[in-house]
Design a protein around this ligand. Structure first.
Ligand SMILES: C[S@@+](CC[C@H](N)C(=O)[O-])C[C@H]1O[C@@H](n2cnc3c(N)ncnc32)[C@H](O)[C@@H]1O
Length: 338
């Protein structure tokens, strides 16, 4: 006979308490990144006073923060000295798979303010970011250009998850147009992997400086150009491969269809559109459901299932060719003009 052992109320209370502390935990990790504690510990075993001296802080609060980072397995401790764990190493700035910039971005106060309006947004259907700031997140970034470097650096961590992108698609001899290409991380990976490819990075004019720096080696040799503009108006013509990486999830269906139709009128007949997004599957996962709610909080967009993407593409005269699984619940959706 099988017996289902119910967790005790105390165990459930402990589980719920830990979940309720999620905000404090995430903030502690973000602030440790901002204080550059993992960078200070890279290759070193230091006690709290040494860490405090390296980062220019007070020993006692550093010790309290370190105790939580130890509990979270971001650091190990021996004889009062802390050392990074493999998890903690991912928060060092120059680690090849560093997530430091994402940790800093998620700690930004405009993210927290928007999330604090979630209940109001759920009640009224209004976008929490607009409730809390009076305008959209992209208007907020345009009005506050000092936020752009942290935004672009943090967002680009997400496109670094896709390191096999160049293996997944043959970019040889292709003119790649990366629409809303951010700081150029993805386009740089494609150009570096395939030296017969050329590229155009299309971005809002005020957000081109990060890509100017990242793609300098390719712009200086003429393999890449940067074009400023608005994808709701037009996108550069004449490309073979158009990329929309984590763009459509920022916009509602009508807005997404406008972007897709602009791609459709610019793409060559035998061209391809590559959409990179998280795709909702059943049963729900924490990562994709969490990002879907984050999209509700921050934008007019959403994460969609594959049927949702098929419907959008159909209305913009594209058809899905194939779908490829990428790390961390991302998908590459390859579409062709109909
Ligand atoms: C979530 S980020 C994705 C960046 C990049 N594709 C990636 O995956 O790392 C969305 C990008 O869209 C750009 N963007 C927003 N509105 C735009 C518009 N109207 N025209 C062109 N780009 C826009 C933003 O500046 C931002 O870089």
């Amino acid at each position: 006979m099988t017996s289902h052992v119910q967790p005790s109320v105390k165990a459930l209370q402990g589980q719920l308490l830990t979940l309720l502390m999620g905000n404090w935990i995430a903030t502690s990790i973000s602030m440790a990144a901002e204080l550059e504690i993992p960078d200070a510990l890279d290759g070193a075993a230091l006690d709290s006073s040494q860490i405090a001296a390296r980062i220019g802080a007070e020993t006692e609060p550093v010790a309290r923060l370190m105790r939580l980072l130890h509990a979270l397995e971001i650091v190990d401790e021996q004889d009062g000295r802390y050392r990074l764990t493999p998890l903690g190493h991912l928060m060092v700035g120059d680690h090849p798979h560093s997530m430091k910039d994402l940790a800093i971005l998620y700690g930004e106060s405009y993210f927290h303010r928007a999330w604090s309006e979630l209940a109001g947004g759920v009640r009224t259907g209004e976008q929490p970011f607009v409730r809390s700031h009076g305008h959209s997140v992209f208007e907020h970034l345009t009005a506050n250009p000092q936020l752009l470097p942290t935004y672009s650096a943090g967002i680009s961590v997400g496109s670094r998850f896709i390191d096999e992108m160049a293996d997944l698609y043959d970019f040889s001899q292709k003119r790649i147009v990366d629409i809303g290409g951010g700081d150029g991380t993805l386009l740089k990976a494609a150009l570096a992997a395939e030296n017969t490819a050329t590229g155009i990075l299309f971005e809002q004019p005020e957000n081109l400086s990060a890509a100017e720096r990242k793609l300098g080696e390719f712009t200086s040799t003429g393999r890449c150009s940067l074009v400023g503009g608005d994808f709701f108006t037009r996108v550069p013509a004449g490309g073979d491969v158009y990329i929309l990486c984590r763009i459509l999830h920022n916009w509602d269906d009508d807005e997404s269809i406008r972007i897709l139709r602009n791609c459709r009128s610019s793409i060559e007949d035998d061209g391809r559109l590559l959409i990179v997004e998280r795709v909702i599957t059943e049963p729900p996962s924490v990562i994709t459901s969490g990002f879907d709610l984050h999209m509700f909080v921050m934008t007019s967009g959403r994460e969609r299932d594959l049927t949702g993407y098929g419907r959008l593409l159909d209305r913009a005269d594209f058809a899905i060719d194939r779908v490829v699984e990428l790390p961390l619940e991302m998908r590459l959706i390859v579409a062709r003009p109909r």
